[in-house]
Design a protein around this ligand. Structure first.
Ligand SMILES: O=P(O)(O)OC[C@H]1O[C@H](OP(=O)(O)OP(=O)(O)O)[C@H](O)[C@@H]1O
Ligand SMILES: Nc1ncnc2[nH]cnc12
Length: 215
């Protein structure tokens, strides 16, 4: 039987293949249809698929099962989804690293620049990160790496230890390479698909029959 509301979404968002190959759920992502200003893929479509989300979390956690982790931190906004799911799976607490202006408590702030080339600020509450605390940082995506590097600074400036970095995709950018060289990382993209991800264009989009534009 179709899940409630299934007629509102493309039908194949619910499909679970009999053989679930590594990263199978990445084909559930939707392409950008918003024009050249938005050089994005849409991982949030894969979160709609229960098995897709579960397998994505399992893959992201695979290198970390044996590691001591005290806290999972997720980055505003889409990093909250995976971060909270991972925290729950690990039975750890979850810390929200937010874009500035939303937390109504005392915060530490960190300026950064992301893929948009705009100056931004992120912040974290002052009472969560203590020296020696081992933090797993989670975000949906690492493109230039600017956002994740700011989160790393927020943790390390308080004496916290970055136990790992997890994101669906860590692009082959200067910042992405730096993060992977410095920290234990996990992502979901098989090697042979990386070129498609770096170009923000997946072969699977053609099966959706949707128009998409690229930068
Ligand atoms: O590696 P970078 O170039 O820094 O880009 C990565 C960031 O961009 C996206 O967030 P964004 O703030 O655009 O959107 P969101 O609020 O939807 O998560 C993504 O979720 C990462 O946080
Ligand atoms: N190309 C991209 N696709 C999805 N999420 C992103 N976040 C930053 N860049 C992204």
């Amino acid at each position: 039987m179709d899940p409630p509301g299934s007629r509102l979404l493309p039908r194949d968002v619910w499909r679970i293949p009999k053989t679930r190959e590594k990263g199978w759920y990445l084909a559930l992502m939707a392409p950008n249809v918003k024009g050249p200003g938005y050089c994005w893929l849409d991982p949030s479509r894969l979160y709609c698929n229960q098995q897709g989300l579960q397998d994505c979390i399992t893959d992201l956690l695979q290198p970390f099962w044996e590691d001591p982790i005290d806290l999972v931190a997720g980055i505003d906004a889409m990093g909250f989804i995976l971060g909270a799911a991972i925290a729950n799976t690990l039975q750890k607490g979850f810390l929200a690293i937010r874009k500035a202006g939303h937390l109504c408590v005392e915060t530490y702030t960190q300026p950064y620049t992301d893929y948009s080339s705009r100056q931004k600020v992120m912040e974290v509450r002052t009472d969560a990160i203590t020296p020696g605390l081992r933090v797993l940082l989670v975000d949906q995506w690492i493109e230039t790496g600017g956002t994740m590097q700011a989160a790393i600074q927020l943790v390390e400036q308080r004496g916290g230890i970055v136990a790992g970095v997890a994101a669906i995709c860590i692009e082959d950018s200067e910042g992405g390479r730096w993060i992977q060289a410095q920290y234990k990382c996990s992502h979901c993209v098989p090697n042979h698909l990386m070129p498609q991800f770096n170009q923000h264009q997946l072969e699977s989009f053609s099966t959706l029959g949707m128009r998409h534009s690229l930068v």
